[in-house]
Write a protein that binds this ligand. Structure first.
Ligand code: ATP
Ligand code: MG
Length: 221
């Protein structure tokens, strides 16, 4: 008779894949190459991103800024024919390892796109959407989360009396701040923002910066 191993008898606690080591950079990129089919868009990228900091990527149009940001939350793999080489470590784990769940990555590494893309729902439901999807049901907790996120994105004062109106009725800049609030509501550890200030006054980025000072957060612009 084959004796069952100890691990088979007593299942291990679920392993936390992305463990925080405060002294380590939250993101480390090593020898990164990226291809759209035959076209190589990124060549030999090495960089680190510190935690609790805002990091800006600057470069001419077409140099690969958006491509790089999308690699950090595995959005490029939704484009057929793409290929990644090298290492993209988040909390020391390669995001492209076979055991890594892209949905989990996208919860931890949130993204705001250049063009505002609110859902055709109310302002409240745009922000509450993600937390609800992840099991937050209690009305008071949801209210609190929505208010806190809208305040962090410097939108609360403008929308607190119209929370149940359509988000599509907001101005472009307000829609962009709503998308920032929606991303913040998921409490990501890294927030990727692809030219998010194009439609904004100076104050909301400052608000996002204050959000990043909460422990263990990083923002890439
Ligand atoms: N889906 C795609 N398929 C094929 N090539 C692409 C795709 N997306 C981007 N590229 C190419 O990859 C390169 C980098 O594009 P990317 O959008 O990352 O640049 P960018 O630095 O963000 O530019 P911008 O400042 O104009 O937003 C460009 O040559 C672009 O044409
Ligand atoms: Mg771009």
């Amino acid at each position: 008779m084959v004796k069952a191993s100890a691990s088979a008898q007593a299942p291990e606690e679920p392993r936390e894949l992305f463990r925080v080591h405060p002294e380590r950079p939250i993101i480390e990129v090593k020898g990164l190459n990226f291809y759209y089919g035959d076209f190589q868009a990124l060549t030999g990228v090495n960089m680190t991103v510190k935690r609790n900091k805002v990091t800006a990527l600057i470069g001419p149009s077409g140099c690969g800024k958006s491509t790089f940001l999308r690699l950090l939350n595995r959005m490029n793999e939704l484009i057929p024919g793409t290929r990644v080489e090298g290492e993209l470590l988040f909390e020391g784990v390669n995001l492209y390892d076979p055991g890594v769940d892209p949905v989990e990555v996208r919860r931890r590494v949130g993204m705001v796109f250049q063009k505002p893309n609110p859902f055709p729902k109310t302002i409240y439901n745009n922000v509450a959407y993600g937390p609800r999807l992840h099991g937050l049901r209690e009305a008071r907790q949801l209210d609190h989360m929505v208010e806190r996120s809208l305040k962090s994105a410097a939108l609360w004062d403008e929308v607190k009396d119209i929370l149940h109106q359509s988000a599509l009725g907001l101005s472009g800049g307000q829609q962009q701040r709503l998308c920032i609030a929606r991303a913040i509501a998921m409490q990501p550890e890294v927030l990727l923002m692809d030219e998010p200030t194009s439609a904004l006054d100076p104050s909301p980025p400052a608000a996002s910066k204050s959000w990043s000072r909460n422990s263990n957060k990083a923002i890439l612009l």
